[in-house]
Ligand binder design. Structure first.
Ligand code: BDR
Length: 313
């Protein structure tokens, strides 16, 4: 089966993406690598370990700690979105699971060097670790199987600032490097608003179900739902990270995709983290980023619900 590394700033929907990957039969989850993003780094590490443990995968999937801050910019996290600690302000895991020896960036580079073409990367946080990996190993793109990134806001309003999605905003220097160096499959913020979000009615079965995964999901999304009501005016949850991982797990989920040149504004200022997508081919930039434009939403929701209700995506 296909081998996958997930690079994650574990909080909120990162946990659901990890569960999908850990519980799916179609892939082998090799390791998690942690990057600074959603919440304080040490919370992210614990959240990741707790999530693996919930999936009964903590013994098989090592957790590697990576960059504790962006390449250049100051680090700012968003616990106002996901709740203090990143799990809705309700759970503060304190596992006794040790982190793996070695740095996340080394783990990424060594794994792909040992098995060229066999390992895919799902990046569901800021791209600091991945940018460092490509600087350490310039052939990273050739050594990887697929690269999936959740990030950017393709011709849509950002969620962190009007011009930028959170993952790109936090470390725009890293996002720029990754877009320049790797053939990325991109799941952007706009897609997650258009498809794959669960509204109040759809969330009910999860609230009523008495299963560990559904309970976990309901608990950690309460805070984010409130935030989404305030900011977006809708009572729903968005699933950006699990959407990206689901597409990796099941390529047929993607029903429309186009390959464009994508660049990222790394400058401080109003457009920091803006993802420029050259849909009309106006620039000389090489089109290499495959932007997912539509998915089979019913199938995604089925997977997600099977995971929460039966532990089997
Ligand atoms: C991204 O930011 C995080 O809060 C989510 O986990 C996702 O990776 C969405 O902008």
């Amino acid at each position: 089966s296909r081998r996958v590394l997930i690079d994650t700033d574990t909080a909120g929907d990162d946990t659901q993406a990890i569960l999908l990957a850990a519980l799916a039969d179609s892939i082998e989850l090799e390791a998690l690598t942690i990057v600074a993003g959603n919440v304080e780094f040490d919370y992210e590490v614990e959240n990741a370990k707790y999530t693996l443990d919930l999936a009964d995968a903590a013994d098989d999937v090592p957790v590697y700690e990576g960059s504790r801050r962006p390449l250049v910019k100051e680090f700012e996290h968003v616990d106002h979105v996901h709740g203090d600690g990143g799990l809705g302000g309700e759970l503060y895991p304190d596992t006794d699971i040790p982190s793996a020896d070695g740095h996340a960036v080394d783990k990424i580079v060594e794994t792909v060097r040992e098995s060229p073409g066999e390992v895919s990367l799902a990046c569901i946080g800021p791209l600091t670790n991945v940018a460092l990996a490509v600087r350490r190993e310039p052939k990273l793109n050739d050594l990887l199987d697929e690269v999936w990134v959740m990030g950017g806001a393709v011709n849509t309003i950002g969620n962190d600032t009007p011009s930028a999605e959170f993952n790109f905003w936090v470390d725009p220097d890293a996002a720029k490097i990754v877009m320049e160096e790797l053939d990325v499959n991109l799941v952007d913020w706009g897609l997650t608003l258009r498809q794959g979000a669960f509204d109040a009615d759809e969330l009910e079965p999860f609230e009523e179900a008495d299963t560990p995964y559904a309970d976990f999901f309901t608990t950690i999304t309460r805070h984010a739902r409130e935030f989404s009501k305030e900011r977006l005016g809708v009572d729903s949850t968005t699933q950006p990270d699990s959407l990206a991982v689901a597409c990796l797990l099941e390529p047929e989920l993607v029903t429309e995709a186009e390959t464009y040149f994508v660049d990222v504004d790394e400058r401080e200022g109003m457009t920091r983290g803006y993802s420029l997508v050259d849909e009309l081919g106006i620039t000389d930039g090489e089109p290499r980023t495959r932007v997912v434009e539509a998915i089979d939403e019913d199938r995604f929701k089925q997977m997600f619900s099977d995971m929460l209700l039966h532990g089997d995506p």
